[in-house]
Structures are given as structure tokens and as C-alpha cells.
Design a binder for this molecule. Structure first.
Ligand code: BGC
Length: 361
């Protein structure tokens, strides 16, 4: 009899464990609420680029710490995959969406579904375009990223005092990523006067945004474009003085191309993200600078926004003018990007715990 009672208790305990365990690794929500009451969908573009892996895991960790349940999805840079991931998040009953889009224009249908279901949407790092379903935008100051890159070039080449001319080539990002226009615009606002004055010369003639864009921010695409430019304009020994690269994945492609096909003095090269491969190149003298955007800071800011929205409070913003997505000016929080180079990377990246010293060896 005693034995029978024991096995009944065991069976009941096992069923209970199985039922509460169906949220997988997700933590139980606080305050006795159901998991789905605190379910946040986080849609990220791709695992191919280092930064999005960090963004995703920071977001998941910080949201879970704050008591939310997280559905984190990556879309392999495929727009149709991201559309269906967001649609699934909505039908699974998420209460809020955080989306870093692949193409800011392509999520109109799921965004409308979110709006119809009363689900608030935060655009993460990249603005979601042409939709009034976007509640907030959290990002780094994208224009400032570009101006910092441009100003670095002005100083590195001493453009104010040196006569030049200096040869420059330009690589920016994906045309479907609204940020790319801000990075490019910020840098070109600084550099265009020197191009106009003939101090900076773009031998390839590719200066317009459409001509210097890099689909999907692909390292390989940047590498083959740089190889083509080198063979057409620099194979005769012409010196390449500077390459404006909007981010690290494009800078890496340019550096690979130079490694294989260029024997002149190594040019000044800009970047953004402080990806491990690029910090290593910075240490090796192959990349001059990068812009550090601490993804932990962005995640913290987004968690504050999520908390405010979920409790019916006003979310913290510091810009209500810049980011017009075509349907509305989206209230935004802009974090400050920081300049990084070989002289300050240890303090910025290692002392702050962003990387371990061994990551960079
Ligand atoms: C981000 C950059 C990143 C690029 C490529 C942009 O939207 O702001 O940090 O380098 O996408 O992933």
C-alpha cells in the first residue's frame, strides 16, 4: 500500500515537472504570471556577423534577468525567413517584439499584424521603414558613426594642412539597411569638401551611395569589389592612401584584397563594430580604427524600453526628430558610439570585459 502511494506521488511529480518544463530553458515569469504574459519576441538578422550574435545573447540574458520569457530567432539574412519568424512570434502570443531587420522595408505585413493584435514593436539598431506599427527605435547615433570615421580620415591624412592629393576608395553597407545611409552620409558630409577641392581623389570614380553599397554587408562582396578596383586603378603602383569602410565586415574584405593584391604602403582604413578579426587586424597594423558600439549598452537600453512599455509607462528616449521612417518620426534612444584604435582598445574592450585578452590572440 505504502509502495503504491509512493509511486502515485512520483507520477504526479513527474507530470508536474514535464508541464512546467515546456518553456525549455526559459525562466518562470515573476509574480505568478503565465510565461506567455511576459513573452518577448526578438528577431535578429543573421548569425554570420559577430555583432548580431552578441546582440542576441545580450538581449536574451538581460530580458530573462528582468523576468521575461524570450523567443530569440535568427534569419540567416533571408527576408522571407524573418517575415515568417515574426509572424510566428505573433501567433505564439508574444506581448512585444524587438526587431533588427534585414531589410527595413520588408516587414510591412507582419508589422501590420502586430499592430492589429496590439503588440508594440521596438526597432532594434536598424529602423523599420514605412510602417506606423513601430513604437520606438533604439540604436547608436548612426550619423555620428559616419562623422567620426570621416574626421578620423581628415586627421590621419592631415587634410587641413597637407596638399595631397590622396587617393581614396569608399565602401558602405546594404542599401536595404537604413543605417548605411546615415554612416555614409555622416562620413561624406565631412569628406565631400576635400573631394570637391581635389585633395581626395576617388580613382575608381565610385562615390555615389548606390555605387559604393555592399549587398548584405558581405565581406566577400567587398573583397571582390576591392580586387577589381586594385587591378583596374592601382596595379601600376599607384598609391592607395585611404579606404573609407562603413563597418568591419566590409573593412575585412578590403583588407583581404589588399593582402593578396597590393604591394604599396598600407592605406588608412576605417571600420565599425570592433569585431574580433578586425581588432586583430588593428593590432597587426592593417586597420586604423573601428567604432565601438557596446552591444551590452544597447541591450540595457532596450530592456528599459520593454519594461516601460509592459508597465504602461513612457519609454526613455533622447531623440524625437531624426528618424522619420516614412510613416512617422519614431521616438528614439541613441547610444553614443566610441572611437577605438590600437592605443585604447585594451581599456575599451578588455578592461570592460567585452573581450578576453585570449580572444584577440
Ligand atoms: C549595424 C552595424 C553593422 C552592420 C552590418 C548595421 O545596421 O548598425 O553595426 O556593422 O549593420 O551588420
Amino acid at each position: 500500500m505504502k509502495k503504491k502511494l509512493l509511486s502515485m506521488i512520483l507520477a504526479v511529480t513527474m507530470v508536474a515537472a514535464m508541464t512546467t518544463g515546456c518553456g525549455g530553458s526559459e525562466q518562470a515569469s515573476s509574480g505568478g504570471a503565465k510565461d506567455s504574459d511576459k513573452l518577448v519576441g526578438v528577431a535578429m538578422p543573421t548569425k554570420d556577423l559577430q555583432r548580431w550574435n552578441q546582440d542576441g545573447s545580450n538581449m536574451k540574458e538581460q530580458l530573462e534577468k528582468a523576468g521575461y520569457t524570450v523567443d530569440l530567432e535568427y534569419a540567416s539574412n533571408d527576408v522571407a525567413t524573418q517575415v515568417s519568424q515574426v509572424e510566428n512570434m505573433i501567433s505564439n502570443g508574444c506581448k512585444l517584439l524587438v526587431i533588427a531587420s534585414i531589410d527595413g522595408e520588408s516587414l510591412g505585413t507582419p508589422l501590420q499584424q502586430a499592430k492589429d493584435a496590439g503588440i508594440p514593436v521596438i526597432a532594434y539598431d536598424r529602423l523599420l521603414m514605412n510602417s506606423d506599427a513601430v513604437s520606438y527605435y533604439a540604436t547608436f547615433d548612426n550619423y555620428m558613426v559616419g562623422t567620426k570615421q570621416g574626421e578620423y580620415i581628415v586627421e590621419a591624412l592631415k587634410l587641413e594642412t597637407e596638399a595631397g592629393p590622396f587617393n581614396m576608395e569608399i565602401f558602405t553597407g546594404d542599401p536595404g539597411d537604413n543605417n548605411a545611409r546615415y554612416f555614409y552620409g555622416g562620413a561624406m558630409d565631412v569628406l565631400q569638401p576635400y573631394i570637391d577641392a581635389g585633395k581626395l581623389v576617388v580613382k575608381s570614380g565610385s562615390v555615389d551611395f548606390a555605387d559604393v553599397a555592399t549587398a548584405n554587408w558581405s565581406t566577400e562582396t567587398a573583397q571582390s569589389r576591392m580586387e577589381a578596383i586594385l587591378s583596374s586603378y592601382y596595379a601600376d603602383g599607384t598609391q592607395l592612401d585611404v579606404v573609407l569602410c562603413s563597418n568591419d565586415s566590409t573593412a575585412l574584405g578590403v583588407e583581404n584584397a589588399l593582402d593578396n593584391n597590393y604591394t604599396g604602403e598600407w592605406p588608412v582604413i576605417t571600420g565599425q563594430d570592433c569585431d574580433i578579426a578586425n581588432v586583430k587586424n588593428m593590432i597587426a597594423g592593417k586597420q586604423s580604427m573601428s567604432i565601438f558600439k557596446d552591444t551590452r549598452t544597447l541591450a540595457t537600453q532596450v530592456v528599459k524600453m520593454v519594461d516601460a512599455i509592459m508597465t504602461g509607462a513612457e519609454a526613455p528616449v533622447n531623440d524625437t526628430e531624426t528618424y522619420d521612417n516614412g510613416a512617422l518620426v519614431v521616438p528614439s534612444y541613441l547610444c553614443e558610439p566610441v572611437f577605438a584604435d590600437v592605443d585604447n582598445y585594451k581599456e575599451l574592450l578588455i578592461d570592460s570585459g567585452y573581450y578576453k585578452e585570449s580572444d584577440l590572440q
